[in-house]
Write a protein that binds this ligand. Structure first.
Ligand code: G4P
Length: 526
């Protein structure tokens, strides 16, 4: 099959949600539809439960699961669908942000009773920054929840979305009768506990049709007609270009656990979601149909067993065809590398692949050559952009507790940072190292891994910091002045970029006011 045909088939997306909204359940139902799994319960949640913060066996077990479910591919209606798993635990949010750089679209799951939650907001903002097309799935309709219109208001107000409902609930909780599929003008009646079989859909072209009254009762039918009228007047009509450019977000309603409304979502998704999109690099935009292969690493998963310190680098193919046993150019190292066992992921199975196409994710066994963000090409000197680090939220000084093992500590820290476990800053006034993370869990993971994989002992000392901001200025004299005056609060990140360590929101504001020529950024790519 030609590159263009393969490309046209690919749909690579991520499901994002606040923990417990139903991401794992929805993923599983999608895989059931695709025939990639046969029974419910096959997809394990990659949630690291709260009690597990000091239980490293649990973390390791979860990490094992998360590698198995990092990418789940299945075929549906002539499309090859790649679902990229995003960690649910908020301490791993940074991992999720990076995974979102490798998708072409996203499905946002929202709990009907809880509405928009904190983590939903953060993740949707990351998608919005990249104009990623999003479809919203409002889940748990079998429970009492917020009113449909109120939920749409919340999506608009809290997430800044322009929503376009493509299905609409008829009742909710105990009174749930079904959903009306506005996209295909079909009525789908609610039958709990479907297991992947086709739902019974009744075509109702015109909602004035009496068939609707027969199916759901007069009251529910009238209510639906009233609501559809509001929808038709208040919300924009579906527009493919607006959706694909991230300006319009279709909304579906359903109940993942009951496999209800999921098929409508999937059928619409395969029709409207974008095939692999062009991607920016340091020199030009790479189009997926270009013949020369390019791709980038967005995730690195290390084996925690010290006897096998191999890692899997997850690479997204951006253009051309990736082939096994072929030499590719590792741009940052300026080296040629070839891979004898590139791995593809089909639901629970891993297998060696000979060829991979744009949109595909492959796992490359790595002995330390890769960092997150690395680019591989057929020879061209370019680097994919848009894989930033975000300001950490928690900071601690690193203390070397075994001076005989300084080298091991440095090497371990270096490698863990390459994997994106946390960020390392070196203070400019005293050269002390500071680790910054999104959540407290990583500090324990780092300590444990340094000891078990590198034989180094690391402790921490508290440091009270609010944010790390990357800084730059066009005005060289002002930057020099800033460097001198703020020496005690400056550090370098791993790439040698200048970072201002703000002690509080107030302190940051004060410094910003005192140095108007300096620009402050909350992410490393400016
Ligand atoms: P997550 O990956 O987004 O964190 O959510 P997950 O799918 O694990 O779902 C969280 C909880 O919500 C699970 O219950 C799941 O069964 C439930 N759930 C998912 N979809 C629906 C739905 O449509 N309706 C209702 N009523 N519940 C739903 P749990 O009790 O936390 O876990 P479990 O013991 O069922 O696995």
């Amino acid at each position: 099959m030609s590159l263009n045909k393969e490309l046209e088939k690919r749909r690579t997306f991520g499901i994002i949600s606040h923990p417990d909204a139903g991401k794992t359940t929805l993923t599983e139902k999608l895989l059931l539809f695709g025939g990639a799994i046969q029974v419910a319960g096959a997809v394990k949640s990659n949630k690291i439960k709260r009690h597990a913060t000091s239980d490293f066996m649990e973390i390791e077990r979860q990490r094992g699961i998360s590698v198995a479910t990092s990418v789940m591919a299945f075929d549906y209606r002539g499309k090859r669908i790649n679902i990229l798993d995003t960690p649910g635990h908020q301490d791993f949010a940074e991992d999720t942000y990076r995974t979102l750089t490798a998708v072409d679209s996203a499905i946002v799951v929202i709990d009907v009773a809880k509405g928009v939650e904190e983590q939903t907001e953060k993740l949707v903002n990351v998608c919005k920054d990249r104009n990623t097309p999003m479809i919203v799935f409002i889940n748990k309709l079998d429970r009492e929840g917020l009113d449909g219109i109120d939920l749409l208001d919340e999506l608009e107000e809290k997430l800044g979305m322009t929503v376009c409902p493509l299905s609409w609930p008829i009742g909710m909780g105990q009174r749930l009768k079904g959903v009306y599929n506005i996209f295909e003008r079909k009525l789908v009646l609610f039958r709990p506990h479907g297991k992947g079989e086709e739902e019974e859909a009744i075509v109702i072209e015109n909602i004035e049709d009496e068939e609707l009254d027969k199916q759901v009762g007069e009251n529910a039918a009238e209510e639906l007609r009233g609501e559809i009228e509001i929808i038709n007047t208040v919300y924009p009509k579906f527009d493919l270009d607006a959706y694909r450019s991230g300006k319009l977000q279709p909304v579906f309603f359903g109940s993942a656990i009951n496999n209800f409304g999921v098929k409508e979502l999937l059928d619409c998704f395969v029709q409207i979601s974008p095939p692999p999109l062009p991607r920016p690099t340091t020199v030009r935009t790479v189009e997926p149909e270009e013949e020369a292969f390019t791709g980038f690493v967005f995730k690195i998963h290390a084996n925690m067993d010290p006897r096998h310190r191999d890692r899997i680098a997850f690479l997204r193919v951006c253009s051309g065809v990736f082939e096994r046993n072929t030499n590719y150019h590792h741009v940052r190292l300026n080296r040629s590398l070839k891979f004898s066992n590139p791995t593809a992921f089909m639901a629970e199975k891993k297998s060696v692949v000979d060829r991979a196409f744009p949109g595909d994710i492959i796992g490359l066994y790595d002995s330390g050559n890769f960092k997150i963000g690395d680019t591989l090409t057929s020879g061209e000197e370019l680097t994919f952009t848009g894989i930033p680090s975000f300001s950490p939220e928690q900071f601690r000084y690193v203390v070397n507790q075994d001076p005989m093992k300084t080298k091991q500590l440095d090497k371990g820290l270096d490698q863990l940072m390459d994997e994106g476990v946390a960020q390392l800053f070196t203070k400019m006034d005293n050269n002390r190292k500071i680790i910054g993370t999104v959540g407290a869990l990583q500090f324990e993971v780092i300590q444990y891994r340094l000891e078990h994989e590198y034989g180094a002992k690391c402790g921490y000392e508290p440091i009270s910091l609010h944010k790390a901001c990357w800084v730059k200025s066009k005005d060289k004299t002002a930057l020099e002045e800033f460097r001198k005056r703020r020496k005690n609060n400056l550090a370098l990140d791993k790439k040698g970029q200048l970072v201002f360590l703000a002690e509080s929101q107030w302190a940051l504001q004060r410094v910003q006011e005192a140095h108007p020529e300096i620009e402050f950024f909350f992410k490393s790519e400016m």
